[in-house]
Write a protein that binds this ligand. Structure first.
Ligand code: CU
Length: 582
């Protein structure tokens, strides 16, 4: 049903350019030896445990990771990042302005299906079926080699690579995550579990409602259903896990026999839950229910940005929600109360998500049964991140975006060819094509500008729009109801790195569902980077594109050359942009 495809690599097989590597430091690093017993996972019905956590010290978090795999009892291939001490996928706590240094060795077996990447390279110039790299999802890091670059960064089996990532001082405090981002095998790696949380500490200084509440990281992931049964009814396309505790599904479509995880809280307590939808392909619609009654959750952050915290509105104010649609790769942080003793059944669950006629089966199911007792499970939770009394973080990376003049307007859209199982992240006015890491960018923008993009869904399944290196301001969600899908009112006016674009119902008189976004190129994001659907099956099959952001001088040079070639379209575009460059 859903298998990784390597045809995109095979067609590009050919002369391999053995050009000089752009990354000399990697060779100097001592390799990280494989850990014993990698990727150990708990049993169904287990109590949810907090992932291991590592914290920066005096502005630096320096770690060593071994990328490994194993197979579980159902034959599923599991992937993980292991520290030499045996910690799996540790949560990485940093503060704005910190350096995150990671030495990583790829300890997978040698791969097949090589594909050459044109220079400039970062790491190996050839990628294959066991390559790895690390994307620091949601962070506002530059797309440069050794930081958050994923198009040309390749670490092959046996190779060691050094990341030296510098978090900006205005990075919003909140929940981010890391995962491999090699085109063609991203779905397999992420479904295998190669994801970990990144926390930029200090959110309580922007959202005072959090105060000193205990905090908990909840990572939802997805994986193949054992035996690959035909999806339908309550048999999903993908099973879910919660901090790796598998949520097993019924074996009959009409059965409701899900086995949730157990989550233990202290009687009368409140906690901050930082929840990542770290699944590859599964959209969630989270709800917290006491005896069938949806509870109000106080939403304090989405995608690492404290809500209502930008554009001079600090401290932020929480948004009450009774459910929240969480795209793949999206994160929310919510304040949650323990169930009172009178409640018989308290559950964190995901409601059914209608992914469209061409989409996956994503039924309602419980994630965890929440138990409260006089003895809390303090070992499960970590202390609040309060930096130092009196110390604050600004987190205002996107301040002023609402009022900034718009330099350029563009339309991009999701499209599919069902006959060839190819997926497109297309740009209006450009030929539609599957992602090619060696292709030139379809969009060139200028650093310092702000653009307005309409992102349309022209297909009959949902897609999840992601922009690397920056967040966008959600201006509107359009034509949703007309096509049978609800909007999510909580996100309009907020700053996200993921947004759900529901499916088109196929009625030619209905305009495509779309979102209108303000894209912020005022940051330190010069270079080539990607925007794509974060349903990774779709990304692997081509639904990704490249944008090049140039600094003003390079952009002006490009504009002059374009004008000299009488390229009127580009010339007009440039003139419009330049008038608004600060
Ligand atoms: Cu998609």
């Amino acid at each position: 049903m859903k298998r990784i495809i390597m045809s995109a690599w095979r067609h590009a097989l050919g002369a391999v350019a053995l050009c000089a590597l752009a990354s000399a430091p990697a060779a100097a690093q001592a390799l990280v030896r494989p850990a014993a017993n990698p990727c150990v996972r708990p049993a169904a019905g287990s109590v949810v445990q907090e992932p291991p956590a590592l914290r920066s010290l005096q502005g630096v978090l320096s770690i060593r990771l071994s990328y490994q795999h194993t197979f579980d009892d159902f034959g599923r291939e599991l992937f993980c990042f292991m520290t030499p001490e045996g910690l799996q996928n540790p949560t990485l706590h940093v503060r704005p302005g910190d350096h995150l240094m990671i030495v990583i060795t790829n300890n997978l077996p040698a791969g097949s299906a090589p594909m050459a990447l044109n220079a400039p390279n970062c790491g190996a110039p050839i990628m294959n079926s066991t390559s790895v790299n690390i994307h620091y999802h949601g962070t506002n890091l530059p797309p440069t080699c050794h930081q958050d670059e994923v198009i040309k960064t390749i670490i092959n089996a046996g190779q060691t690579f050094q990341y030296n990532v510098l978090f900006p001082t205005n990075e919003p405090p909140g929940l981010y995550f890391y995962h491999p981002h090699v085109h063609g095998i991203a779905e397999h790696a992420v479904q295998g579990g190669a994801t970990g949380a990144i926390v930029v500490d200090g959110i309580e200084t922007v959202q005072p409602a959090i105060g000193a509440l205990p905090q908990r990281i909840l990572m939802v992931r997805d994986q193949p259903v054992p035996g690959n049964p035909a999806p339908g009814g309550n048999i999903p396309d993908w099973d879910l896990t919660l901090n790796f505790v598998p949520i097993t599904s019924p074996t009959h479509a009409a059965s409701n026999d899900f086995v949730p995880a157990i989550l233990q809280m202290k009687n009368g307590s409140r906690e901050l839950w930082s929840i990542c939808n770290c699944s590859s392909d599964t959209v969630l619609d989270l709800q917290y229910v006491f005896d069938g009654e949806p509870q109000t959750l106080q939403l304090v952050a989405v995608d690492g940005v404290p809500v209502n915290s930008q554009d001079g509105v600090q401290p932020g104010a929480p948004i009450p929600v009774t459910h929240f649609l969480l795209p793949t790769a999206s994160r929310i942080q919510v304040i949650v109360s323990a169930p009172p003793p009178t409640v018989h059944l308290a559950q964190l669950m995901t409601l059914a998500v209608d992914t469209g006629p061409d989409g996956d089966n994503d039924p309602q199911r419980p994630l965890a049964t929440v138990q409260s007792a006089n003895q809390g499970r303090d070992s499960n939770i970590f202390a609040p991140s309060i930096i130092n009394p009196g110390q604050r973080v600004s987190g205002r990376r996107f301040a002023g975006l609402k009022a900034a003049p718009i330099a350029t307007r563009r339309t991009v859209f999701f499209d599919e060819n069902n006959d060839t199982s190819t997926f497109f992240m297309a740009v209006e006015g450009r030929p539609e094509h599957v992602f090619d890491p060696n292709a030139p960018p379809d969009i060139v923008a200028v650093q310092g500008s702000v653009e307005e993009w309409v992102v349309q869904n022209r297909t009959q399944e949902v897609h999840e729009f992601h922009f690397h290196q920056l967040h966008f301001l959600v201006e509107s969600q359009d034509n949703f109801e007309l096509n049978g899908s609800p909007q999510n009112p909580a996100i309009t006016g907020q700053f996200l790195d993921m947004i759900h674009v529901p499916y088109w119902d196929g009625d030619p008189t209905h305009p495509f569902p779309s979102v209108t976004l303000r894209i912020d190129f005022r940051g330190n994001d010069v270079g080539d980077f990607v925007f794509h659907c974060h349903i990774l099956e779709h990304e692997d099959k081509g639904m990704m594109n490249i944008i090049r952001v140039l600094n003003v001088d390079d952009f002006d040079d490009l504009a002059k050359r374009s004008t000299a070639r009488s390229d009127t379209a580009k010339g007009k575009n440039t003139a419009a942009s330049k008038t608004h460059v600060h």
